[in-house]
Design a protein around this ligand. Structure first.
Ligand SMILES: [Zn+2]
Ligand SMILES: [Zn+2]
Length: 467
């Protein structure tokens, strides 16, 4: 059997994760399997790739295996179905629950963006069209099948065995192990997906993997350490400073994962008296639905059963009217909203209102990709374009990078160090060029790993011939 791999995304960038695995046993038509099926996000030149056709007839893809539900790993699925995909989609149980929430939201956001662009007439596409609709998502969801962690499943009549291992990145996130059975040999492919952090209070550590012939590893933080010594103390410091200014602390948090981690810490710190009992508004409909999933998947996190994110003073805002009502709130108060990179969702109207208020504080708690509004705010830009107009930034802008859901450089090396022997071939993916190259260099030079490559978009690699 021959095995090829093509990089359809997350090569020299962090979004658009899509890997096309081709298994050709010369007995039938080659089998096409995709690992992850994500949207490109951020820079326009990247987002335009979402509109380019894939380099194969979509109907030929038999399987899609998902590492996790983040849109940069799953958000292209409805488009795949719209274009003719009718195969199986395999993921963990919690990922399946998250998918229905996140992809319906993604379809809604695209519809709103297209409508807004058309109304303002500032789109270069006339008229702007959403990439897919809610109907496409509804056609896609029945194709999803769930697989438990650590339970191998045999696919493609025994040619492929899939095992999900907990990646500790978000609820349901997985490392994908694929054993390819050739006529003579069996080969082990490992896709790290996005790796989480060690000693996270909510999620488990990334599962160690002992062997791989071929490894794809993410490199979001491949060139730097982003661990804060004491996240609780840092959060206490930022919240206390923001409250002392008498303003509102607006926290831009991803609805999935970061919002729940923040709620875990705020609940604990308020209960311990280390933070005053200020009103906490969770203004993220998706964040609320995601929080409600945790008790349904007690094996996928450390918090156990029950209503784990409820505490005195917290209010979960669902109605748009209530959300708008928060605009008149003055401090002290905390508003947690999304999206985490400030690109869409309810955070946008909060930013539009609060960026101009010197007494308010904006806290960015996640990775801010190139080209996003969050990255521009992180870089200290003094004016931000919103709703087609320039808004001056007069509020405080703070960043707590240690709350990232991604393993940092040391943690990546810790996970990589658990392989009993270096993989025969390693591809560094899911990182901007500098961190990806830095991780490759470290593995080659400091760890002596052979055949470490940083692939480019659409690169096609022959993994095995005649196995
Ligand atoms: Zn992710
Ligand atoms: Zn990712």
């Amino acid at each position: 059997m021959d095995v090829n791999l093509q990089f359809l995304g997350a090569a020299h960038c962090v979004t658009g994760s899509k890997y096309l695995l081709t298994l050709d046993d010369h007995a039938s038509r080659p089998h096409q399997v995709m690992v992850d099926c994500g949207l490109f996000q951020g820079l326009k030149e990247l987002r335009l790739r979402n509109r380019e056709p894939l380099p194969l007839p979509v109907a030929d893809v038999e399987l899609v295996i998902l590492t996790h539900a983040h849109i940069d790993h799953s958000g292209y699925l409805p488009k795949l179905v719209r274009d003719g995909f009718r195969g199986r989609i395999l993921c963990t149980e919690a990922t399946a629950d998250l998918l229905s929430i996140m992809l319906l939201d993604s379809a809604k956001l695209q519809k709103e963006e297209a409508a807004y662009a058309n109304k303002k007439g500032y789109s270069k596409h006339h008229p702007a069209e959403p990439l897919y609709t809610q109907t496409d998502v509804e056609h896609m969801l029945p194709l999803v099948e769930t697989v438990a962690y650590d339970a191998p499943v045999t696919l493609l009549d025994g040619l492929l065995t899939l095992t999900f291992r907990d990646a500790g990145h978000i609820l349901g996130s997985a490392i994908v192990e694929l054993a390819v059975q050739g006529a003579q040999q069996r080969k082990q492919l490992v896709f790290s997906g996005d790796l989480g952090r060690y000693d996270n209070p909510v999620l488990f550590d990334p599962t160690p993997i002992a062997t791989a012939d071929v490894l794809l590893v993410e490199s979001t933080y491949g060139d730097r350490d982003a661990r804060i010594e004491d996240p609780e103390a840092e959060l206490v410091r930022v919240v206390t400073e923001a409250m002392a200014r008498g303003g509102v602390l607006l926290i831009a948090a991803f609805a999935v994962g970061r919002t729940q981690t923040l709620l875990y810490y705020l609940k604990k710190l308020i209960a311990e008296g280390r933070l005053p009992q200020v009103p906490v508004y969770v203004d993220s409909p998706m964040g609320i639905r995601v929080s409600d999933l945790y008790p349904r998947h007690p094996a996928a996190h450390r918090l156990g059963h029950g209503n784990v994110f409820d505490f005195p003073g917290v209010r979960f805002i669902t109605e748009a009217r209530e959300s708008k009502g928060l605009n008149s709130k003055t401090g002290p108060a905390i508003i947690i909203s999304s999206s985490g990179m400030c690109t869409g969702g309810r955070i946008v109207h909060h930013l539009f209102n609060r960026l101009t208020r010197p007494q308010d504080t904006l806290l960015l708690v996640g990775y801010q990709a190139e080209g996003t509004r969050g990255r521009r705010l992180q870089n200290g830009e003094t004016e931000i374009k919103m709703f087609g107009e320039m808004v001056p930034v007069r509020c405080q802008v703070k960043q707590l990078e240690g709350f990232s859901a991604h393993a940092d450089r040391s943690e990546l090396l810790r996970w990589l160090g658990q392989f009993q022997a270096p993989p025969k071939r390693t591809f560094i993916v899911h990182g901007e060029p500098a961190p990806a190259e830095a991780l490759a260099k470290t593995l080659r030079e400091a760890h002596g790993w052979p055949n470490v490559e940083v692939p480019d978009y659409l690169d096609r690699k022959v993994l095995f011939e005649g196995i």
